[in-house]
Design a protein around this ligand. Structure first.
Ligand SMILES: [Zn+2]
Ligand SMILES: [Zn+2]
Length: 304
């Protein structure tokens, strides 16, 4: 028996809007064609060949002293010396890669939201090779670094949240996007010249949200294996890119509101686009400590 569809105002609007949006995107693509940031090929901001030329980090270092360390864990020496609330910072790719820098720039400052797809894919590929994810997904929680309201109004989206949403959908890890708030407007960390100025700029910028019980997870739908999708997979040898593109665009929110008054036995992964000194993560971790998580990690695309 075919499923019964009850037509409401909400789903009727969605049904009508989808083709209209597709048509608008098609017209915009026609007027303003997209060119690959790497090679100039027309069709997208990043062609599969250029995307696959960006290597994912395979060696990880202590985020304080830079010595080799699994997953970016703070080494024993640093853990004794520094009183860090972070267990480590995971860095997905290398900031020295000029194409990657350009993609991050276009994403953050020219508001090309769709670049969140290849950027999050780099983080997903990194996590797939990393042992932290041996941990069951329900023991992990993704927390995007929040933006101050003023910055959010300027950019129109939180770049860290878009990345975290896609990682959540891929691994089925719960996402707590309203657990932290940026209660103080700060200057971008890169504008502060010294370590002391950076520390002062970000100190106590984050607090726990008054209503920190909003936990959601995004479920990537089953990948279609019809003729069209098989043809697409064959066309794009790097299948990963466009295959996931489709799955992520159609990610379905899962209602899993629960009380987050405690994060006991949970490993928090703070998500941001880039980090420099790690002080932003440190301040987020300081705010989250009162919820007693088991571990707190940072995850970024690159460390600039
Ligand atoms: Zn290209
Ligand atoms: Zn160290």
């Amino acid at each position: 028996m075919p499923p019964l569809i009850i037509l409401t105002y909400k789903n009727a609007t969605l049904i009508l809007m989808k083709p209209l949006l597709k048509l608008t995107h098609w017209c915009l693509d026609l007027i303003f064609p997209k060119y690959c940031l790497g090679c100039g090929l027309e069709g997208s901001y990043l062609c599969p060949a250029c995307f696959s030329s960006i290597p994912v980090c395979l060696s990880t270092n202590c985020f304080i002293c830079g010595r080799r360390s699994p997953s970016g864990l703070a080494c024993d020496n640093c853990r004794h010396k520094e009183r860090s609330s972070l267990n480590g910072i995971m860095v997905a790719a290398d900031w020295k890669n000029l194409l990657l820098r350009q993609i991050i720039y276009e994403y953050k400052y020219r508001f090309v939201k769709e670049l969140s797809i290849p950027l999050s894919q780099l983080m997903i590929s990194f996590l797939q090779t990393d042992m932290l994810l041996n941990c069951p997904p329900d023991k992990l929680i993704l927390v995007p670094v929040p933006l101050h309201g003023r910055r959010f109004a300027w950019r129109g989206f939180n770049q860290a949240e878009l990345l975290a949403q896609k990682i959540s959908a891929h691994f089925d890890i719960p996402l707590a996007k309203n657990i932290l708030v940026r209660s103080r407007h700060t200057l971008p960390q890169r504008t502060a010249k010294t370590q002391v100025a950076r520390a002062a700029n970000i100190k106590n910028a984050f607090t726990l949200s008054k209503n920190h019980s909003s936990l959601s997870s995004l479920r990537a739908p089953q990948k279609r294996d019809d003729v069209k999708s098989r043809a697409r997979k064959a066309q794009w040898a790097t299948g990963l890119y466009w295959g996931d593109h489709i799955a992520l665009r159609e990610a379905i929110p899962r209602n899993t509101t629960q009380n987050l008054n405690s994060l006991k036995n949970k490993t928090v992964i703070l998500v941001d686009d880039i980090c420099t000194t790690g002080l932003t993560f440190e301040d987020c971790a300081r705010a989250l400590k009162s919820l007693s998580p088991k571990e707190i990690w940072g995850l970024v695309i690159a460390r600039g």
